[in-house]
Design a protein around this ligand. Structure first.
Ligand SMILES: CC[C@H](C(=O)O)C(=O)SCCNC(=O)CCNC(=O)[C@H](O)C(C)(C)COP(=O)(O)OP(=O)(O)OC[C@H]1O[C@@H](n2cnc3c(N)ncnc32)[C@H](O)[C@@H]1OP(=O)(O)O
Length: 303
C-alpha cells in the first residue's frame, strides 16, 4: 500500500510489520507511481534495457543501464524498467549492496534525446521528471549500500543517476557532467537537490552553472567521487574492483547491513526526533537477533 497525500510517506520495516511514519512536508510527493498517461507515453519509446543481476552468495546486485547504441541513454521503456528493478531490490531480503553501471564501458548519457524531443510539452516533461525523481529517490533509499560505477561518461540525467547512489567510484577515464545548462535546462531527476547534499551548495552551483566536466581528480577534491579505480573503462575488471571496494562494508549478515543503511537514511532525511524514533525502531529489529546473539556468544574483542 502506498499513500499519496500532503506528506511523504515513509515505510519502515520493523519486525516484519510495516509501520507507516508520516513525515510532514509542505509539498506533496506522490508515491503511488506516475499517472497512467505518463506511463503510456514512456512506453511509446522503446529501446535498451535495465538489467539486474542479484548475486545471492555475495549479496551484491549489479544493475546495468544497457543501451550502448545510444551511449546508454534512457529510453522511455528503460525509465519504466528502472522502476521495476528498484521495486525488486526493495524486497530483496538477502541483499547488501547494489552496483549501478552502464554497458560497454560507458555510464549513461541521460534521457534519450529522441524521447525528449517528443515529450517536449511542459506538462509531460514535468511528469517524466516526477516519475524519475520518485524512482531515483527510492533507489537512494534502498536498504542496500549503493555504488555508481562511473566508467566513461555520465551526462545530464546520467550525472543525476550517480547522485542517487550512496557512493561513486570512477575509472581513470571517467567524467561526470551536468550538461543541463547547455540544454537550457536544470536537473529534473532530483540531481540538483542531491548534489547540494553531496558537495555543498557552492560546489553544486559551480558544477551546474559551469557544466563542469568532473574528472577523477576534480571529483575526489569535491567529494563527489569516493574512489578512483586504477583502470580504464571496460567490462569485468572494473566491476571486480568495485566489488573489492565494497567488501569491507558488507562483511555482516544482510539484516544488519540493511538496518545500518536504514538508520543512515533516516538520519539524512528526517528531523532529529523522528530520526531517533526510527533508529529505536530499527534497533529493535536487530537487538537479540541471530547476529547479535552470535556475537555475544563469541565474547568479541575489536582489536
Ligand atoms: C533531466 C535529464 C535531461 C532531460 O531529460 O532533459 C537529460 O538527460 S537530456 C540528455 C543529456 N545528454 C546529452 O545531451 C548527451 C548527448 N550526447 C553526447 O553529448 C554525445 O553523444 C556523447 C558525448 C555522449 C558521446 O559522443 P561520441 O561522439 O563519443 O558518440 P556519438 O555522439 O556519436 O554517440 C553515439 C550514438 O549515441 C547516440 N546518443 C548519445 N547520447 C544520446 C542521447 N542522450 N540520446 C539519444 N542518443 C544519444 C548518438 O546520437 C549516436 O547515435 P547515432 O545514431 O550514431 O547518431
Amino acid at each position: 500500500m502506498s499513500v499519496c497525500g500532503a506528506a511523504r510517506c515513509w515505510w519502515i520495516q520493523t519486525r516484519g510489520a510495516v509501520s507507516l511514519r508520516v513525515l510532514q512536508q509542505n509539498r506533496t510527493v506522490c508515491t503511488t507511481g506516475a499517472p497512467e498517461s505518463i506511463r503510456e507515453k514512456l512506453q511509446a519509446f522503446p529501446g535498451g534495457s535495465i538489467d539486474l543481476q542479484k548475486r545471492q552468495e555475495s549479496g551484491i546486485a549489479v544493475l546495468t543501464v544497457n543501451n550502448p547504441a545510444r551511449m546508454n541513454a534512457f529510453s522511455g521503456c528503460m525509465m519504466l524498467e528502472l522502476e521495476q528493478r528498484v521495486h525488486e531490490l526493495e524486497s530483496w531480503t538477502e541483499g547488501k549492496a547494489v552496483i549501478v553501471k552502464g554497458a560497454a564501458g560507458n555510464f549513461c548519457s541521460g534521457s534519450d534525446l529522441n524521447a525528449v524531443r517528443a515529450i517536449a510539452n511542459p506538462q509531460d516533461g514535468m511528469r517524466m521528471c516526477e516519475f524519475m525523481q520518485n524512482t531515483l529517490t527510492r533507489l537512494l533509499r534502498l536498504p542496500l549500500i549503493s555504488v555508481a560505477l562511473v566508467e566513461g561518461r555520465a551526462l545530464g540525467g546520467g550525472a543525476e543517476l550517480t547522485t542517487a547512489c550512496d557512493f561513486r567510484l570512477m575509472t581513470s577515464d571517467g567524467v561526470i557532467q551536468f550538461v543541463h545548462k547547455h540544454m537550457g535546462l536544470v536537473p529534473g531527476w532530483g540531481g540538483a537537490a542531491r548534489l547540494v547534499g553531496i558537495v555543498g551548495s557552492q560546489n553544486a552551483l559551480k558544477l551546474l552553472s559551469g557544466a563542469v566536466k568532473v574528472d577523477p581528480d576534480c571529483g575526489r577534491q569535491m567529494g563527489l567521487v569516493d574512489e578512483v579505480l586504477l583502470c580504464s573503462s571496460g567490462e569485468g575488471e572494473t566491476l571486480t574492483h568495485a566489488e573489492q571496494w565494497l567488501r569491507p562494508f558488507i562483511k555482516a549478515p544482510a539484516p544488519v547491513i540493511q538496518a545500518l543503511k536504514k538508520v543512515v537514511v533516516s538520519g539524512r532525511e528526517l528531523p532529529l526526533e523522528q530520526a531517533l524514533k526510527t533508529e529505536r525502531n530499527v534497533f529493535g529489529t536487530v537487538w537479540g537477533g541471530p547476529a547479535n546473539l552470535k556475537a555475544l556468544a563469541l565474547k568479541p574483542k575489536h582489536k
